[in-house]
Design a protein around this ligand. Structure first.
Ligand code: NOJ
Ligand code: CA
Length: 661
């Protein structure tokens, strides 16, 4: 990948602390300070913003299968370095990302017994702090098993926390907000509203060969709660000798969380040399009718993935500039209760009424690619066994994207999805796919942790409650505030395959269940929710003759720059994004059940350029409860001096194109 170094500064210094000494690390702008110390053998860190204590003394260390690695430490050598670089992404919310931090590596050495040691590497950015453990190979710490990570995140006061419960199946839960002290165990990222000028998010970054970090807590002291292997081991430290980063994003406003690129910066640079084949695109698919039980994945009279249906979808995609067609239910394995018999899935054998190679050719002739669907039913080993053959086949057929799925909370041999076994599996899929020039859209996957920097063929992940619940949820669908909290929590780790764009709300299979949003809100999701490869999720019939579809056709998925002018977690959010390589801008704004009027200054536009704004907004009487469809489309000339008043109905939204003239 092409990397642009605008300015790189790297320095290394080493110092040794005395037994009683604490060591400090400050962010490049001097605003954040991490202090690391040792007290009675217990190693701790704390974080300050100026004089304000943000994280009070929090313990570091581990319980191992053979002997604790905590409570018996003295501090050893301290090594410092700094970096200031700017790197470019093959796709993303910003084309260029600045990675600017000061780093301090602190050795923690056992005072008695085996005298083992580990290193803790701290980084202070202007927008947060992070640390990770390194386990140098040594006697007594060669291959070992972590039974518990004692890492704490002690909040000095109670804070409101947005989170889903730990071990929510596939993270498909509804985010709720309560004081930390009243929460149960939480999955990350946890977003915290601490006071009027402090918002934070705590999460894994670069989750590699390790188990996922959930959080338990005592009062306001959060603690790492790692997802175990079946036998209770938390992490088997064999080949990979570092933990994921424990990242604490720190901002004055909720918008600062969305603008932070810390999670990406904490991941390694791209490992794919030539990324020219990674070209995410919008897609349609044989999908929504399956969710609504109009069609079936399995064979029979209502089989969705037929050659004829797929051709219709390819023709539609070609007509409307969608580069991909997702096809689910094309392969053998769906005819039994596949959630329990995932071993029956074949990833190479197509059903007789689906002409796999013919359809790939038909699509290619029209400039469209088939997106292959690989549901595993959680039988991940069955998938690994076939993966090489399947991916070779797809590559030879010109398929460039695979959507994977794991509907089963357990994997091979009863291991949990988000355990180290699961995390390793998901990575194996991404790396194998990269060798075969395949992009991955991962459903029921690991919690994203910024690894798309390293593996940009992972273009999107679900790991959230997506639009699909608006088809089959027994409680009516996702709450109207859902998309007002996703960007601040799940979205911090990476692109979301939310599948926006539903325009027809009837539902025969679960009457009354539908998007709890207005139509304009569905359009705004394309800008507010970030993915480089959004789906136009509805059945294609529902897009024909629908003026709102023009926005979906034209909205890009790759951005030069992102701004967040309005943000209140769980209430409303406005994102403004510049299309990559042009002077066109797009605005998406969504609200919860409350109607709002928000003023948007267009002062981000170029001085001296004239623009036309095409505004898709909630029409008269629009209300997600009983009148979701009214939408007004209007055009007006705007420039850098303009201010637009955005009117959002209850559950509503607004989507705007601003085109340079
Ligand atoms: C759940 C996925 O999220 C959905 O997109 C897919 O259609 C079904 N599993 C079947 O694989
Ligand atoms: Ca799902």
């Amino acid at each position: 990948m092409r990397r642009i170094f605008i300015f790189v500064f790297m320095c290394l210094t080493m110092s040794v602390v005395t037994l009683a000494g604490n060591v400090k690390l400050t962010s490049p702008d001097g605003s954040l300070t991490v202090t690391v110390g040792e007290d009675g053998g217990r190693a701790w860190y704390q974080v300050n913003r100026g004089n304000e204590l943000i994280i009070s003394r929090s313990e570091l260390g581990f319980v191992l299968k053979d002997g604790d690695l905590k409570g018996n430490f003295k501090m050893g050598k301290v090594t410092r370095s700094s970096l200031d670089e700017t790197w470019s992404q093959p796709w993303g919310e910003d084309a260029l990302v600045r990675n600017h931090y000061n780093e301090m590596k602190v050795r923690l050495q056992e005072k008695q017994g085996m005298k083992r040691y580990l290193d803790v590497v701290f980084r202070a950015y202007n927008d947060g702090v992070a640390f990770r453990y390194e386990y140098p190979r040594q006697r007594g710490l060669d291959e070992f098993v972590i039974m518990d990570e004692v890492t704490q995140f002690a909040l000095p006061t109670d804070a409101m926390a947005w989170s889903i419960p730990a071990l929510t199946p596939y993270y498909e839960g509804i985010y709720t907000c309560e004081p930390v002290s009243q929460k149960g165990n939480m999955a990350g990222p946890v977003a915290l509203e601490v006071n009027d000028s402090l918002c934070m998010a705590i999460m894994d970054a670069n989750l590699t060969d390790y188990s996922t970090m959930n959080f338990s807590h005592e009062g306001t002291v959060l603690k790492a709660d790692l997802v175990p292997w079946k036998n209770g081991d938390k992490v088997r430290v064999w080949a990979t000798r570092v933990s994921p980063w424990r990242a604490i994003i720190i901002g004055r406003t909720a918008a600062d969380l969305l603008l932070s690129r810390m999670a990406l910066n904490l991941n390694e640079p791209c490992k794919i040399q030539d990324t020219s084949w990674i070209k995410p695109t919008k897609y349609v698919g044989i999908w929504w009718a399956l969710q609504k039980q109009r069609w079936t994945w399995s064979q029979g009279p209502r089989h969705g993935a037929t050659t004829e249906n797929t051709k219709r979808y390819i023709d539609f995609a070609a007509r409307h500039g969608m580069g991909g067609v997702l096809v689910e239910g094309w392969n053998y394995g769906w005819d039994t209760d596949w959630t329990r018999h995932g071993d029956g899935f074949s990833f190479t054998r197509a059903y007789p009424d689906y002409d796999l190679s013919g359809l790939c050719r038909y699509a290619a002739e029209r400039g469209v690619r088939i997106i292959a669907h690989n549901e595993t039913g959680g039988a991940a080993q069955n998938y690994e066994d076939q993966m090489e053959d399947a991916f070779s086949l797809y590559e030879s057929l010109g398929i460039n994207t695979v959507k994977t799925g794991y509907v089963n909370s357990h994997f091979y041999n009863g291991e949990l999805q988000h355990s180290q076994w699961g995390v390793r599996h998901f990575r194996k899929v991404i790396e194998t796919a990269a060798r075969h020039h395949l992009m991955i859209v991962n459903h029921e996957g690991a919690m994203p942790s910024g690894i798309q920097r390293t593996w940009p063929n992972l273009i999107a992940t679900e790991s959230m409650r997506g639009q699909e619940y608006n088809a089959f949820d027994r409680h009516g669908g996702n709450p109207p505030y859902h998309e007002c909290i996703l960007p601040f929590t799940r979205g911090l780790g990476g692109p979301m395959d939310f599948t926006p764009g539903i325009m027809e709300y009837s539902n025969d299979s679960v009457p009354g269940t539908r998007p709890q949003t207005t139509l304009a809100h569905q359009l705004a999701e394309y800008v507010v929710i970030y993915s480089p490869g959004h789906m136009a999720a509805d059945q294609i019939e529902n897009y024909e003759h629908q003026p709102a579809f023009k926005f979906i056709e034209e909205v890009p998925t790759d951005w030069q720059r992102t701004l967040v002018p309005h943000a209140a977690m769980g209430k409303y959010v406005t994102c403004v994004r510049q299309e990559r390589g042009t002077d066109n801008w797009y605005v998406g704004s969504v609200t919860d059940a409350t109607a709002r009027d928000l003023d948007l200054s267009l002062d981000f536009l170029d001085q001296g350029t004239r623009y036309e704004a095409i505004i898709y907004e909630d029409g008269p009487g629009a209300d997600y409860r009983d009148n979701p469809y009214p939408m007004t489309i209007r055009r007006m000339a705007v420039d850098r001096g303009s201010t637009l008043r955005l009117h959002l109905a209850p559950g509503g939204g607004v989507a705007i194109q601003i085109l340079a003239k």
